[in-house]
Write a protein that binds this ligand. Structure first.
Ligand code: SF4
Ligand code: SF4
Length: 370
C-alpha cells in the first residue's frame, strides 16, 4: 500500500511551513541524513511570475529547502527549463529572492550521463546531478497538459532530460502519447525520487502547461514517496479517471501501479476542473496515419495578434516544421509531429492547438455515433 499525504494549504508562509515540515517528517524516515547531498527538482518550465501558475511556487520550495537544511544536509536546486535561461526563471519566478538568505546552490542541469531505461528506448541521457544525488526531491506543479492531459509527479522528471535533448525525445516518442507516457514512466523509475511534493495551491487548468493555461485556486499540497500513487490521487481529486493520464496508464501496464492508496489528511474534491482539448494523436492503419494527422488531428496555430515573431517556436521545433518569413510563421503540417513544444515554449501565449475543420466534423460524427 502507498500513502499519499494531503494538506489543504495557502502560500502564507507561517501556515505553509509547518504543514510541509509535518508532511516531510511523515515521509522522511531517516532518508535525509546529516551531511547527505540532496537535490530538489521543481517545475521551472519557463520564466514566469508565481501568479501565472507555471512553475513551482517559491514558498513551497523554500519550506522544503529549510527542512533539508535543518537536517544538516547540503542542497542543490536544479532543472533544465524548456525555454529561457535558468537564471531568468529563478529571477522571474521569485525563487532567487525568496531563498536569498538560505545556504542553497542553484545549478542548471547541464551534463548528462547515459542510463538504460529498458526497451524500447534503452539508452537515454539524463542529468548527471539527478542520477548522482543521494536524495532527490521532486516538486511538480499541478497543471493541465495539452499533450498528456495532466502534468504531475512522473511527468515533472522529464526535466532531467537536458536542454535540446527534450525535443529530440519528443520527436522519437511523442508521436504516440502512450509511448511518450511509457518513456516518462521509465525516466521516473530510473531517477527514483525519494519524495514527491505536488504544489496544487495555485494550479493550472485549461490549455496548460504554459501561458495558454489558466491559473485555478485548488488549495492543496500532496506528498508521497510514490509519485505514481500521488499522480493517481491528484487525477481523482480533479475528477479525471487516472488511466486517462498517460503516465498512470504506462505505470499500470508496466506493473508499477500501487495495489492500494491510503490518503492521509484532507483531500478536497475539485469540481469542473477545465481539461485541455485533446484528440487522438495517432490512430488507424499506419498507411493512413499521415493523412489523418494532417486533416483530423489538432495542430499548432499561431495567433498573429499576439505573435511578436521572436522565433522561439521555430528554434525548438524538433521536426523543422516551422519556417519564418519576417514575422510570419509558415507550418509544414506534413512534417509536424504534434509534440506541441512550440506551444509550450511560446513566451507570449501566441500559439494554441486547433483541430482542422475536417477533424471537427469527424469528432462530431464520432460523438453522435458513440
Ligand atoms: S508564436 Fe510565440 S514563440 Fe513563435 S514566433 Fe510567435 S511569439 Fe515567438
Ligand atoms: S510545429 Fe510545433 S507541434 Fe509541430 S513538430 Fe514543431 S514544435 Fe512540434
Amino acid at each position: 500500500m502507498s500513502t499519499v499525504y494531503a494538506s489543504v494549504a495557502s502560500y502564507a508562509y507561517d501556515e505553509l511551513k509547518p504543514k510541509l515540515f509535518e508532511m516531510m517528517r511523515s515521509m522522511d524516515m531517516g532518508a535525509i541524513a546529516q551531511g547527505s547531498r540532496v537535490l530538489v527538482k521543481p517545475n521551472l518550465l519557463a520564466p514566469a511570475s508565481p501568479d501565472k501558475a507555471m512553475v513551482t511556487h517559491p514558498m513551497v520550495l523554500r519550506a522544503v529547502v529549510e527542512y533539508v537544511l535543518e537536517k544538516g544536509a547540503s542542497i542543490q536546486v536544479s532543472d533544465s527549463p524548456a525555454m529561457g535561461s535558468f537564471q531568468r526563471v529563478l529571477k522571474e519566478s521569485g525563487i532567487r529572492a525568496a531563498l536569498r538568505d538560505l545556504d542553497v546552490e542553484f545549478q542548471e542541469f547541464r551534463s548528462s550521463v547515459v542510463a538504460d531505461v529498458g526497451a524500447p528506448f534503452h539508452r537515454i541521457e539524463l542529468a548527471r546531478d539527478a542520477l548522482s544525488a543521494e536524495v532527490l526531491i521532486n516538486l511538480p506543479k499541478l497543471k493541465t497538459h495539452s499533450q498528456m492531459l495532466l502534468t504531475l509527479g512522473v511527468k515533472n522528471l522529464f526535466g532531467c532530460v537536458v536542454g535540446y535533448r527534450k525535443p529530440q525525445w519528443h520527436m522519437r516518442a511523442g508521436v504516440d502519447r502512450e509511448m511518450f507516457g511509457l518513456l516518462l514512466y521509465r525516466i521516473y523509475s530510473v531517477v527514483k525520487p525519494a519524495f514527491t511534493i505536488l504544489d496544487g495551491i495555485l494550479a493550472m487548468e485549461g490549455q496548460g502547461p504554459g501561458r495558454s493555461g489558466s491559473p485555478r485556486h485548488v488549495g492543496v499540497v500532496l506528498g508521497s514517496t510514490d509519485a505514481v500513487a500521488l499522480d493517481v490521487t491528484a487525477s481523482r481529486m480533479v475528477g479525471v479517471d487516472p488511466l486517462r493520464v498517460f503516465t498512470n496508464l504506462a505505470a499500470a501496464k508496466a506493473g508499477g501501479m500501487p495495489h492500494s492508496i491510503h490518503v492521509a489528511g484532507k483531500l478536497p474534491t475539485i469540481e469542473n476542473y477545465a481539461l485541455p482539448r485533446i484528440t487522438p494523436l495517432v490512430f488507424g492503419p499506419r498507411i493512413t496515419r499521415k493523412h489523418m494527422r494532417k486533416y483530423l488531428i489538432q495542430r499548432p496555430v499561431p495567433n498573429e495578434r499576439l505573435c511578436t515573431g521572436c522565433g522561439e517556436c521555430r528554434r525548438i521545433c524538433p521536426a523543422g516544421a516551422i519556417l519564418q518569413d519576417g514575422k510570419k510563421l509558415l507550418f509544414d503540417y506534413d512534417c509536424c509531429i504534434r509534440c506541441y513544444c512550440c506551444i509550450e515554449v511560446c513566451p507570449h501565449g501566441a500559439m494554441k492547438a486547433e483541430v482542422p475543420p475536417l477533424g471537427r466534423v469527424f469528432n462530431r460524427l464520432i460523438q453522435m455515433t458513440s
